[in-house]
Design a protein around this ligand. Sequence first.
Ligand code: HEC
Ligand code: HEC
Length: 568
Amino acid sequence: MKWILRALLVIVAVMVLVVFSQRINQPANIKISQIAKQMETVEPSLASDVISDEDLPPEGTRSLFDHFVAQHDGLAYPFDRLLAQIQANSPSSEAPKTVLIPHGRSLLKGQADEALPRIIAAADYEQDNNEASLGLKARGQLFLGFVERANEIEVISYNELAGRYEFQLVQNYCADCVPRIVYAQRAVCSTCHEGKAPIFPLRSWNETNAHESVAQSISDARGNSEPYFGVAIRQPLSAPERIDFLTDIANFVPVTQRLWIDTCGEPGIECRRLMLSLALQYVISPGSFREDTAEAEQLRVFQRQHMPAKGIAVASPDLINRDPLAEQQGLKGWWRKLTTRQIKLGEGATNNEDLSAFEKLPPLPSELDPLTKRPPIQIISAEDLSAVYGLAALFTLSDIKEISALSQFDMARVRHRVAQMPDDMFTPQAFVRVRMMNAFLGKDRAYCCLSTDEMSEPITSAEPPLQISQHMVLKEFERYCFACHRGNPSKRLNFMSGSDEGQVLETIRQTREIRDALDWARYQKTDRANKLMPPTDSVQYQRLQRDGEKGQEALKQMRDTVPSLFGF
Ligand code: HEC
Ligand code: HEC
């Protein structure tokens, strides 16, 4: 009798657990393609008129990533070289913060596993200002997600002049391929990246290799403990913690732009002037900054007049922590294995355009799914001074030193300088740190990442790749040169661009330097050898070596395509 009761109890307990876990595992059944369509309607406001939401960056502006690539004469390959370049660009040789994620929740989740984990990298440095220019702020402004199996790098980086983050893809990023740097469909990316900015899981980041069990599984699957594209297999918890921090900072930048424009309305000159003045007072002396002064109250008065009545929502950059290993264990894991199909490597989207393949993957429980609309982390009201803190965060340490030196920590001086800045700094347009610094300091210094004069035209992911069927010599250029001279953000080095064969051939013919660059016989042992193409440290050069006779024939054919300079 007693054991029957006990058995009954156990059965009931199991049933309760099963029902419970079923509820937890309830798939969200949200379709990414549908959300992407709904997203196309942005809440109308002054800011949404001023800050573009088109896929391509506004005319005359570019992403930090494009500037970086153009200034490095093209995209580094393979990925560890790109990471090394970012590190070398930091004054203190600060490596980008990185983590490995074998089983994540990104659009390319089906393409990563323990053997080929996704790499997330975030730049974490600022350069100092000098007499000629303001230092680069890369911290919180440059993020990469690389999935080797998808041959794709996802890029989120800041566009200083446009006041928004750009979403880009490097497609075809592989050894025998011609990579393409394209602007992605913002509507697709922002289904998960709700704030049009980076996102990241919350503590304790169980998807990442900062957990020994994850690191061990990667090392087991790879058969060694060597770094993967320069990224250590084992990372301290401080790595994801820092990336989480950087994504949080980044997420607040578009919010700050919106606050700058929308809480002061049009023309709002004195309101924005006051906002900047308070922000600068805060940066030079955060400890003595008070929110109950007459000035702060004046800003609130302005804000109450213009701020939308329901406030301004801060989209959440935070995903609930997910523990893919624990999901496999215990009763819940057993149930999950029975009821949900496991993702096999290579399933789902192979690139960011392939939404229907992504939709066929087994869905995540809705509370863990990045596609589930997250509640805002905060609603900013007219009583908040968030705009002030947001603006303060846009300056670098070097900026702050200069502002402090100039004002000698005297708030009256700060107010005075800001009062003297021209009105057109305060019209409703994107807040550009570099312009503000120049106007405040009365200087006219350059910034690495503003001018697009030396840059080629940006393209979207919808642009079709080049088809070669008539001019077969283009196949040789494709094999040995396109990777660096087609779609290069540097205009000077983009001399194999063009949307059809005829155009590409014509541009090549007009680039007379190609003849010399291919004249290996003549320049190989001279001081011009480093001008020979492809560069000796490239995969294309190795390919040329491997190709032997055929490679030499290709070099000749390519040279003959470009007419020589007579009468030189
Ligand atoms: C289905 C949801 C989803 C979509 C759609 C998506 N991402 Fe992400 N993305 C994530 C998640 C989750 C992370 C953070 C954790 C990870 O990578 O696993 C992430 C991280 C990133 C990162 C690293 C920086 C960061 O935010 O943590 C970049 C760069 C990135 N995504 C770019 C893109 C681009 C570009 C697009 C559009 C083509 C896109 N993503 C679309 C889910 C998505
Ligand atoms: C791995 C990348 C890479 C590949 C592949 C490559 N190049 Fe280059 N190329 C460069 C870089 C970087 C420069 C700029 C070097 C400099 O300015 O010193 C350059 C410069 C040139 C220049 C000089 C342009 C100028 O304005 O001075 C020519 C011409 C050229 N490449 C032709 C070619 C040809 C033809 C091929 C194919 C056979 C090729 N390159 C393959 C990276 C590459």
